[in-house]
Write a protein that binds this ligand. Structure first.
Ligand SMILES: Cc1cc2nc3c(=O)[nH]c(=O)nc-3n(C[C@H](O)[C@H](O)[C@H](O)COP(=O)(O)OP(=O)(O)OC[C@H]3O[C@@H](n4cnc5c(N)ncnc54)[C@H](O)[C@@H]3O)c2cc1C
Ligand code: FES
Length: 290
């Protein structure tokens, strides 16, 4: 029965859910648990949803968030969102209380598995910068079920120790975890790209022989710099690209970017997951390196 429902609920739907919990889990990070009654929607790791942060028309636009986790009960499903408080929309989200109604559109975008062949995978590294860690919980749950032999390494960086959100991490699922903080208060001192650079340098001989895949998620500037570092290597680099979105559903053209083959793609529909070498990084309209 559940399987039949899943099969009929793969495309995006505009729904109303109820807040179950909205907990501050570290510095400026909150974990939102929304229950959607009578829905059993299949969600793939890397997909996102659009949330209405306020009550009325301010702010008008929904906000995009990675789907952190989902679980199913007899009478509906839970969806979790891990969010960093930034400006108006995310500040309003912190005011949501248990049993408040919340509008959402789910599921949207493609998945990490659009680009990954787990059976053929030799070495996998997940790189997370700050809140970029959000989609990896669902990803690792899927990996645990389908391919328990795949044990990625996790590189997770944040500005300082209180900004790291470690509760979701089951260490037994990773072959190694490397933390980095800008101020050195936990793990490697420096950003997560420097930590990865250091690590790859030390293991160069291994990765010259074995095929390595890196998945990265974080701020656009971090992803840009990581692409610069990996572009000329043989490493497969898959990115989850967070850019500004208006509708999230392919209607407003607010998220169009240029790809390396000269075509234009919509972040919300063709992404947010891309092969790094598909993107024309220098022309990303929301890249700000100043
Ligand atoms: C596919 C995707 C997944 C994301 N997943 C997460 C997540 O799991 N957790 C999390 O905390 N944040 C995530 N973000 C970023 C999040 O959408 C923004 O931080 C949030 O929209 C900021 O809203 P605001 O009103 O507080 O800030 P404002 O800056 O006031 O937002 C103004 C507008 O700009 C857009 N915007 C601004 N910055 C971004 C940005 N970096 N990315 C996308 N849109 C932006 C918003 O859509 C909004 O319409 C994701 C973004 C995308 C595109
Ligand atoms: S956000 Fe509207 S088309 Fe992509």
């Amino acid at each position: 029965m559940l399987k039949e429902l899943w099969q009929s609920e793969r495309s995006a739907r505009q729904l109303q859910g109820f807040v179950v919990a909205n907990e501050r889990v570290s510095d400026a990070i909150y974990l939102l648990d929304v229950f959607i009654p009578k829905r059993f929607i299949e969600v793939r790791a890397g997909q996102f949803l659009m949330l209405k942060a306020g009550l009325a028309s301010d702010p008008l636009l929904n906000r995009p968030f990675s789907i952190h986790n989902v679980s199913f009960e007899k009478d509906g499903m839970h969806v979790w969102v891990l969010y960093l408080v930034k400006r108006v929309g995310t500040t309003l989200l912190t005011q949501k209380r248990p049993s408040d109604k919340i509008d959402l559109i789910i599921p949207l975008g493609n998945s990490f598995f659009s680009y990954l062949d787990l059976d053929a995978l030799k070495d996998l590294i997940l790189v997370a910068g700050g809140i970029g860690v959000a989609p990896y919980y669902l990803f690792m749950n899927k990996v645990r079920k389908c391919c328990p032999n795949v044990k990625p390494k996790l590189f997770y960086g944040a500005k300082d120790a209180p900004s790291l959100y470690k509760r979701w991490i089951d260490e037994s699922m990773f072959s190694e975890i490397i933390y980095a903080t800008d101020n050195g208060s936990y793990g490697f001192k420096g950003n997560i790209i420097a930590a990865l650079y250091h690590y790859l340098g030390q293991h160069q001989a291994v990765y010259n022989k074995n095929k390595l895949t890196i998945i990265s998620c974080g701020s656009i500037n971090m992803l840009y710099k990581l692409n610069m570092m990996l572009d000329k290597t043989k490493i497969d680099h898959i990115v989850s690209l967070e850019g500004p979105m208006g509708c999230g559903m392919g209607l407003c053209l607010g998220c169009v970017i240029e790809s390396r083959d000269g075509s234009y793609v919509k972040l919300c529909q063709h992404g947010p997951i891309f092969k790094s070498n598909e993107i024309l990084w220098e022309k990303l309209p929301f890249l700000n390196l100043s």
